[in-house]
Write a protein that binds this ligand. Structure first.
Ligand code: ZN
Length: 308
């Protein structure tokens, strides 16, 4: 048994998970945002509460950049974690071997293990939400780089002089394919006075992809722009790492085939035919539990290596 903990900006999810990935028991609560000490206290009692004996290790996914020493460099949506050594602190408190990982990297591991990866060892995970995150699995392990930035495909530049991005650059994939990007592209197209069912609507990716499925030309162009940005990012990533699977997840990916098909088209036209043919691009399939399952897998891989 392993415990997986998914620390989100809003919720804390934790579960005891068996070696085949089955969730045996789970807890969800609001995340403590007052101080790091308060959050560590909550995490400690959650872990003790879920440990019915026989728990070999604990994995924790956090929404931040984690360097190779296990220090949270920056957690934009949960600033109390900045500079904290979450794994070391929890291990000291609970006595259980504890491993920390970026949340997108943990979800990538869940997809490689049980999801759309279907047990592959090499995978790129792209998560589409407010931001565009990424996670890279190489030889069954997370590769996060020396300071934690590896796999951040959302910040590959696709428009020199494009919209400014939170990372300090401009025109990143995220500025077009993140949730806000969809809205900005739609607004720009609508300002030209064109007819569209989107006029006067909330310009969310959900609404836009629904309109695209209904054939609205403006909505289709917005999806096409997001797909082009993602295709450029994914093609660049594949040229670097040549992995066998690219999995696209996150809330915006619920757009489904209307987004996936043009992403595949835009990726294909930028790659060696052979390289493209060996990389299957598909939608995520683990769902809402990917965070806790991936975190548990982080602990399992940390203790046993990338076993099946
Ligand atoms: Zn950026």
């Amino acid at each position: 048994m392993y415990i997986g903990v998914d620390v989100g900006g809003t919720n804390l999810k934790a579960a005891r998970i068996s070696e085949d990935g089955t969730i045996v028991e789970r807890r969800t609560e609001a995340v403590a945002r007052g101080s790091a000490a308060e959050l560590f206290g909550r995490l400690e009692s959650l872990i003790r509460d879920l440990d019915a004996g026989g728990v070999k290790g604990v994995g924790v996914g956090v929404p931040g950049i984690i360097d190779r020493d296990g220090r949270v460099r920056v957690a934009p949506n949960l600033g109390i974690l900045d500079g904290q050594f979450v794994g070391q602190e929890l291990q000291r408190r609970t006595g259980k071997p504890t491993f920390i990982e970026n949340d997108a990297n943990a979800a990538a591991l869940a997809e490689a293990w049980l999801g759309a990866g279907g047990g592959v060892d090499n995978l790129l995970f792209v998560t589409l939400g407010t931001g565009v995150g990424g996670g890279l699995i190489l030889n069954g392990r997370v590769w996060s780089g020396i300071s934690g930035y590896a796999g951040e495909v959302g910040h590959i530049q696709v428009e020199e002089g494009g919209w400014s991005c939170g990372c300090s650059s401009r025109g990143c994939v995220e500025t077009i394919a993140g949730a806000a990007g969809w809205g900005r592209v739609a607004e720009a197209r609508l300002s030209g006075g064109r007819r569209s069912v989107l006029r006067g609507q909330d310009l969310t990716p959900e609404r836009i992809s629904e309109a695209a499925r209904g054939g609205d030309p403006v909505a289709l162009e917005v999806v096409e722009e997001a797909a082009r940005a993602l295709g450029i990012g994914i093609a660049a990533a594949l040229l670097l790492v040549n992995v066998e699977r690219v999995v696209i997840g996150g809330g915006v990916a619920r757009a489904g085939a209307v987004l996936l098909d043009p992403v595949i088209r835009h990726t294909r036209k930028r790659l060696f035919p052979d390289l493209f043919a060996d990389s299957l691009i598909c939608l995520a399939s683990v769902g809402g539990d990917a965070g806790v399952i991936g975190a548990a897998r982080v602990a399992m891989v940390g203790l046993l290596g990338p076993v099946r």
